[in-house]
Unconditional design. Structure first.
Lengths: 140, 218
């Protein structure tokens, strides 16, 4: 019987070999006129103060800054799984906006899910499924 | 073939019952690395280390120190036996480890994703953590139990810090009878997610000797 390879689909296990940050793009939108964008656009504000340092610390993330007139300021994060996360930052100060940016950076794009069991595994059980015919014999 | 395997599995288990009773008698002197013959369980002494940051230290609790002469005379054969058993454990194809993180214990195999029920502070996404507090190291036919933890020089278990997520917002409405007022309590707990990178068992004589030698000298 010739030896042949098994066809198998590779299972993504980010972090086992190399780790790839799931957030690939962040877009900062603000309005030049409206007051809720003050934390974003004014002097000594997020875009002029904190954004360059944030971008330098995360070279893997593509950062776009664009005005979005007559709308509230938002941060839009795009992830490798194709999903987008939008966080409104209207009325927030610099530190708060930075916190939201960190939140987007630290998350993967998956939808928030309630976790009942902590361990998620693709491996079969190491000790196998119980069999009454193997192991210590029960003496009556 | 199957019969052979079953006999193999049953034989060591019988020995394991003996070892348990043997270990119970020596419970007062658990500071020694004592290994009864032909057992499939290895008990080691407590070995406490910080898990992640230097700031976190677990309180050292040691059993009452005692120096029975019998264990010292068994020092040479126990090392060899423990080494062969550990090598057998290492040679098996799949292994698991029961690790304690901040008191929570998780049974893990390499490649698993662990959603911790809390947020790990002082760690950034992408960092690699070394898990040192293991209560059990096992495979299909062999189990190594720590007392209460396994000496961390005998294994290497690393995890990558994947992400900081949270559960979806959940609201609990609290209302008393015959009252119209409804109180709403919101919860959105934050979680950290780790991925187990690797689980390596170190059975080289220097590591095992260091683990046992350290205990025989105390």
């Amino acid at each position: 019987m010739p030896v042949s390879a098994l066809r198998a689909v590779s299972k993504s296990q980010n972090g086992v070999g190399a780790f790839i940050l799931q957030c690939k793009r962040m877009e900062f939108n603000f309005c030049d006129w409206a007051g809720s964008s003050k934390g974003m656009r004014h002097d000594r504000s997020f875009l002029k103060h904190s954004l360059s340092q944030f971008a330098r610390q995360n070279p893997q993330i593509e950062i776009i800054v664009a005005p979005r007139p007559n709308k509230i300021p938002i941060i839009r994060g795009t992830y490798i799984n194709g999903r987008e996360k939008v966080i409104p930052v209207d009325g927030l100060e610099i530190q708060q906006i930075l916190q939201k940016a960190q939140l987007l950076r630290n998350s993967s794009g998956t939808k928030l899910k309630r976790i009942t069991r902590p361990v998620i595994s693709l491996n079969e059980s190491v000790r196998g499924i119980f069999s009454p015919f193997h192991g210590k014999k029960h003496v009556i | 073939m199957l019969l052979l395997r079953t006999i193999q599995r049953s034989l060591p288990r019988l020995q394991a019952t003996d070892t348990r009773s043997f270990l119970k008698t020596l419970s007062c002197a658990t500071s020694r690395f004592s290994l009864p013959t032909l057992s499939r369980t290895i008990a080691t002494t407590p070995h406490f280390h910080t898990l992640l940051t230097p700031a976190e230290t677990s309180p050292p609790t040691s059993p009452p120190p005692k120096t029975p002469p019998t264990a010292q005379s068994n020092a040479a054969p126990t090392l060899h036996e423990s080494l062969t058993l550990l090598t057998a454990l290492k040679a098996q194809p799949s292994k698991y480890i029961t690790v304690k993180i901040h008191g929570f214990s998780f049974l893990l195999t390499p490649g698993d994703k662990v959603v911790l029920p809390f947020l790990l502070k002082d760690v950034k996404v992408g960092d690699i953590l070394r898990l040192t507090h293991a209560t059990t190291l096992g495979s299909r036919d062999y189990t190594m139990k720590g007392n209460p933890y396994i000496d961390e020089r005998l294994f290497e278990c690393r995890a990558t810090f994947l992400e900081e997520t949270s559960e979806p917002l959940r609201k609990k409405e609290k209302k008393k009878r015959r009252t119209r007022r409804i109180k709403t309590v919101k919860s959105k707990h934050r979680y950290s997610v780790l991925r187990i990178k690797e689980l390596i068992i170190i059975d080289v004589p220097p590591a095992v000797a260091a683990a046992t030698g350290n205990n025989t000298t105390t």
